[in-house]
Design a protein around this ligand. Structure first.
Ligand code: 26Q
Length: 839
């Protein structure tokens, strides 16, 4: 076995180098930057300063492409998509930019010649963690694909001063630490004060009748905030295209005048200043959970108003007829979070450009499209009318009118006196029961509604959004998620990337389905050995990371069984750790039994106020403490909780995984995208028939994955009949009973045996009123344990495992975000490709 631990830049990364990239010029540029930015020589500069100097040198290169791209867009005037999202989980920019400039290998060489290690430089960059998890990372992968495919696009979002919190583990518990990602400045961003917008909150709406007898609606007595855009370049792979991620910062409108205020004005002025300070302060760290916070709605309207204003103004700079806006612009709403865009566009079209309601509605409904990312009831956004109308008085009027007209449509369709009609209104109205339902607004006012995996879309059509599907079936469509192979294979796993390129060429970098040419190597013994060797080296790299960060020794020859994702009850990290407890018991009771060494690796952030999720983290760490330090186990079983799971360490983790845990309760995970990243890196899926797992198994074959558990139909059946009775399992299964008792007898909490009582209760709930085991953990436990036994058996057959792993890589072609984006373009947005001549 090879044991070199630092994977080198692969030839896949190095071979293709931008014709325009000049290594000597780059070196001089780095030295110059260190001198002018810091008055230092390279030897004197800190690692952070070197990172800055290198990044500015690269930004110089990018700026030229950026200018050229935007000039070409101006010339061709193509239709543009605005991807509106509260989250963009970008991760680090430097490595990715180098990859997409096809300059990674050359820069690595140049730095080497300066005595600098490129990995050290990349490690200085903080992750841009402007997102929670799947939805935010999807937005980032989409931007990469849009630029690479040459489609004109803006990402529009918020420049949070604090992104996703940093997670520290103290005494086994999660502690949230603020993420000051901008402390050293962001070398890739560009401040654009010339595009500042004003955003108005509160006050009231006055109506003035003008000389033509038209009503003019004017918001008065409001507070306002200035929105200042910062642009980040989004570099396409090897095509010279550079698109823009535009994130908005907030500033107070103006300093109030000291000589002319009475007490009331002073109070208001201070409030206005505070509004600006608070609005972009922090990303809400909830994933798949709605918290009806006033500040969250302010954030939404803040970035949406600024983005929609800019889109309209940009259009009007080169066009005269606002009635044709939708021919040049489309808005994709990333979940309901940006849904106020609908009413904001209506407002601007009517109040600023004087379109009639019908004209404005025609444009708006042809401009906006909505993506649904969840069926979890607790994630649906509903705002109290009182809050919504107080904060956004004009927007509320417009939503009310949209609702009034929609309810009239329902009445027309179902007959207003009919019982059925009242039922439909109750279920479908946008405003009902004192609340504004954002999903209903998005569905009614857009031209497309899409789910993010086939199963998810079917569940939307047949269950969650059944009534809407019945009324407007033409709007509904599926766009199965994808991921960018540039970051998650080419950058994250250089050894495997190079191996793939050596065998089948480099087409896969921009055409992932080509990776299925690898299929012919699945049975090739030499290829199998090479593949397993690369996996081993990546496991050594992760083992070193774990040693450094956790102080735990793990054996890279053990099975690396990985579950990394946000912590949520429906994702069932609890099922995983209960099974580890079960294995531990088995090992203790039957030390003679043959057991293949296994390392269970977890990584997960819990929402700050989510008690069961945080307690699950403590449980994982407590089990780790006991298991890892029990000499009777002899190191056969290890449990590791990786602190602060994020995009940058994810790249290392996916590359090293043997087993990909995708064990959500069937029907609950809309798609999942981690599942795809594991597959691309040759891990085998251990999962339920949920989300995109269904399609992964369809591509790779059931025999190359481990599928277990209730189907989504079965889960939904049980739910319709009020759940199931976990007590039966507790009574009849001694293994399960033992594990559950260990939650409350101090086995993993000797100092406080009550510590995990709430987890125990969530599974059994002896108090009869509350529901128990709503995520079917005990129901699926046996099937999961059985699937895990099959994993172990399969892994013992090295050649068979290698074959399956290679087939996973070879069959991952469907899951590139390039395919997803092409489907959005063909079936929703209808954009034209832009090709730069001299590329
Ligand atoms: C809502 C209101 C207030 C505060 C926060 C939120 C909020 C924030 C983030 C609600 C939901 C989210 C994130 C949801 C999310 O990440 N969903 C995931 O989206 C992925 C991409 O489509 C899917 O693969 C996952 O299955 C889905 O869980």
């Amino acid at each position: 076995m090879l044991i070199s631990t630092t994977p080198k830049a692969s030839s896949a990364q190095a071979k293709q180098t931008l014709a325009t990239f000049d290594k000597e010029l780059f070196k001089r540029s780095v030295l110059y930057n260190v001198k002018t930015l810091y008055r230092k020589t390279l030897e004197e500069a800190s690692e952070q300063q070197i990172f800055q100097a290198v990044s500015y040198a690269i930004k110089d290169v990018i700026i030229d492409h950026w200018l050229e791209t935007q000039k070409e867009y101006e010339k061709k005037d193509p239709k543009t998509v605005y991807y509106l999202s509260m989250e963009f989980l970008m991760g680090r920019a430097l490595g990715n930019n180098l990859i997409n400039l096809q300059a990674y290998g050359e820069v690595k060489k140049a730095l080497n010649e300066l005595g600098i290690d490129i990995n050290m430089v990349e490690d200085q960059e903080p992750d841009a963690a402007l997102g929670n998890g799947g939805l935010g990372r999807l937005a980032a992968c989409f931007l990469d694909s849009l630029a690479t495919l040459g489609y004109p696009a803006y990402g529009c979002g918020i420049r949070y001063r604090y992104g996703m919190f940093k997670q520290e583990i103290r005494d086994g518990y999660q502690v949230e630490v603020p993420d000051v990602w901008l402390a050293d400045g962001n070398p890739f961003e560009l401040r654009r004060p010339e595009y500042t917008k004003e955003v108005k909150f509160g006050g009231y709406v006055n109506v003035y009748i003008d000389e033509n007898g038209r009503s003019n609606f004017v918001q008065e007595g409001y507070q306002s905030v200035q929105a200042i855009p910062y642009d980040m370049p989004i570099v396409g792979y090897g095509n010279g295209i550079v698109n823009t991620l535009r994130i908005w910062d907030a500033q107070p409108v103006e300093c109030f005048q000291l000589d002319s205020f009475d007490k009331g004005d002073y109070q208001r002025a201070v409030e206005q200043e505070n509004l600006a300070k608070n609005i972009v302060e922090v990303l809400y760290p909830n994933d798949n959970h709605y918290a009806g916070k006033e500040l969250r709605l302010k954030q939404q309207y803040f970035f949406i108003s600024a983005s929609v204003q800019e889109a309209v103004e940009k259009y009007m700079r080169t066009h005269t007829d606002i009635r044709k806006f939708h021919e040049k612009v489309t808005f994709q709403l990333n979940d309901t979070h940006p849904t106020v865009a609908i009413a904001e566009l209506m407002r601007i079209l009517m109040d600023v450009h004087h379109l009639s309601w019908d004209e404005a509605w025609d444009v708006t409904t042809k401009t906006c499209a909505y993506t649904n990312h969840t069926i979890m009831a607790e994630a649906l956004e509903k705002w109290p009318i009182e809050l919504f109308s107080r904060l956004l008085p004009r927007i509320y009027q417009i939503v009310e009118e949209i609702n009034r007209r929609f309810v009239a449509r329902i009445e027309q369709k179902y007959g207003s006196n009919h019982q059925e009609c009242q039922e439909k209104i109750r279920k479908m109205a946008i405003i009902y029961d004192g609340q504004v339902k954002m999903a209903h607004l998005a569905i009614v006012s857009g031209y497309s509604v899409n789910g993010v995996a086939r199963l998810h879309t079917e569940i939307l059509k047949k269950q969650e959004l059944k009534d809407f599907y019945e009324m407007m079936p033409e709007k509904f469509n599926n766009k199965t998620n994808g991921i960018t192979q540039r970051r998650f294979l080419l950058h994250g796993n250089p050894l495997l990337a190079e191996w793939v390129t050596e065998h089948i060429g480099s087409d896969w970098i921009t055409d992932l389905p080509k990776i299925n040419k690898l299929k012919i190597y699945a049975d090739d013994e030499k290829a199998q050995q090479e593949f397993m060797n690369i996996k081993y080296r990546n496991k050594v790299r992760l083992a070193q990371y774990i040693k450094e960060h956790n102080g735990i020794d793990v054996d890279p020859r053990s099975i690396f069984d990985v579950q990394v994702k946000r912590l949520h009850e429906y994702k069932r990290q609890l099922l995983n750790i209960l099974h580890v407890m079960y294995l531990y018991n088995e090992l203790k009771e039957h030390p003679e039994r043959d057991f293949y060494p296994r390392t269970f690796i977890f990584g997960a952030k819990a929402a700050a106020g989510y008690r069961n999720a945080k307690l699950t983290i403590k449980l994982i760490n407590s089990v780790a403490d006991v298991v890892n330090n029990d000499p009777a186990i002899g190191g056969k079983l290890k449990v590791v909780f990786i602190e602060n799971y994020r995009v940058s360490n994810a790249e290392i983790i996916f590359a090293a995984a043997d087993v990909s845990e995708q064990i959500s309760t069937a029907s609950k995970e809309a798609s999942g995208t981690g599942n795809m990243k594991f597959m691309l890196n040759g891990a085998l899926t251990l999962g339920t028939m949920d989300g995109a797992n269904v399609e992964i198994v369809e591509e790779v074959g059931e025999e190359n994955a481990f599928i277990f558990g209730l189907s989504s139909d079965e889960v939904i059946q049980y739910e319709n009949f009020g759940g199931y009775n976990p007590m039966e399992i507790f009574n009849n299964d001694p293994d399960v009973r033992k594990v559950l008792m260990q939650l409350i007898n101090g086995t993993f909490a000797p100092d406080d045996s009550e510590r995990f009582r709430t987890l125990y209760n969530s599974l059994l709930n002896t108090q009869s009123t509350a529901k128990a085991d709503t995520y079917f953990i005990l129901k699926d436990f046996k099937a999961y344990a059985e699937a895990q036994r099959k994993v172990e058996e399969a892994y013992k057959n090295e050649s068979g495992w290698a074959r399956s792993a290679i087939l996973n890589v070879a069959c991952s072609g469907k899951f590139t975000s390039d395919r997803t984006i092409q489907q959005y373009v063909d079936e929703i947005w209808h954009l034209d490709k832009v090709i730069l001549e001299n590329k």
